[in-house]
Design a protein around this ligand. Structure first.
Ligand code: PAF
Length: 273
């Protein structure tokens, strides 16, 4: 596995290849969820590139970037074992200049759900993603469905900026007890982890209601809120795949999204029906 930190060096290196390139952008602290993105990229492309870059611009001023889990050596080993061809590991100065051009998230879709309690977060996400995509110029880029709003906004950016990369959405990976894998799970104490299981159980409850024929969004949301009630709930929403609110579940076109705070940790999850 080749490790490259300079964007220019990576661009030059990739000139030697005339093949399909799969790209998995990450912020490190890799887990099985990331490995499933890498596996998918390997299935569908000749060359697989992973980036590890803890992007400062997607953290708000009051959010502790320094506390984000860092596992550089373990991440490198995991990438190597997963058959990654190139690991792009830039320094912050390789990616950002002092006086920056930046991308702004859309005024509505970028400021609802996670964007409502983290205003500006998606400006940082979209800015770094467009930079990374321009450096790697991949055939396909892989993102987890767990970050459904991020996935939606990146897909929108690619479409609206007439970019030619294909965005591939990959299913969420869960622990046996249903907890969605996230680098942030590392912040949870054992008792908080137990509380966090309410998220998966609220989503399971929603699925059971739907299979029993309940399609009314308000009814499903209220059942979910009841299960989640001991936690701080940021939102429980039922949206279609274009992120518009639904009054009734539309099978094949629905995402049920939840974001809560457990202790000081924000956790988000969703199911696609
Ligand atoms: O989902 C993430 O890990 C990050 O938001 C991403 C897409 C790598 C951008 O920093």
């Amino acid at each position: 596995m080749k490790i490259i930190s300079s964007p220019l060096e990576l661009k030059n290196y990739l000139k030697n290849y005339n093949c399909s390139v799969g790209f998995v952008p990450t912020m490190g602290a890799l887990h099985e969820g990331h490995i499933s993105l890498i596996k998918k990229a390997k299935e569908q492309n000749d060359l697989v590139i992973v980036s590890i870059f803890l992007n400062p611009t997607q953290f708000l001023k009051d959010e502790d970037l320094d506390k984000y889990p860092k596992k550089d050596e373990a991440d490198k080993k995991l990438c190597q074992l997963s058959g990654v061809d190139v690991l792009f590991f830039p320094h912050v100065d390789d990616i950002y200049a002092e006086d920056e051009v930046s991308v702004l998230a859309p005024k509505v879709r970028g400021y609802v759900l996670e964007g409502s309690s983290r205003p500006g977060h998606f400006n940082g996400v979209l800015t770094v993603v467009i930079k990374l995509l321009n450096i790697v110029n991949p055939t396909r880029a892989y993102f987890g469905k767990k970050d459904a709003q991020q996935l939606n906004l990146i897909s929108l950016m690619v479409k609206q900026f007439f970019m030619s990369v294909e965005i591939v959405a990959v299913d969420t990976v869960r622990e046996k007890d249903g907890l969605a894998l996230s680098s942030r799970n590392a912040y949870l104490t054992p008792s908080q982890r137990e509380e966090a299981l309410k998220i998966a159980s609220s989503l399971r409850n929603a699925t059971v209601m739907v299979t029993r024929g309940v399609l009314d969004a308000k009814e499903i949301i209220s059942g979910m809120r009841e299960i989640l009630s001991p936690l701080h709930i940021f939102y429980v929403e039922i949206l279609n795949r274009d992120f518009n609110q639904l009054a009734h579940i539309e099978i094949g076109n629905t995402i049920i999204l939840v974001e809560v705070k457990v202790g000081t940790t924000r956790l988000l999850d969703n199911i696609w029906l």
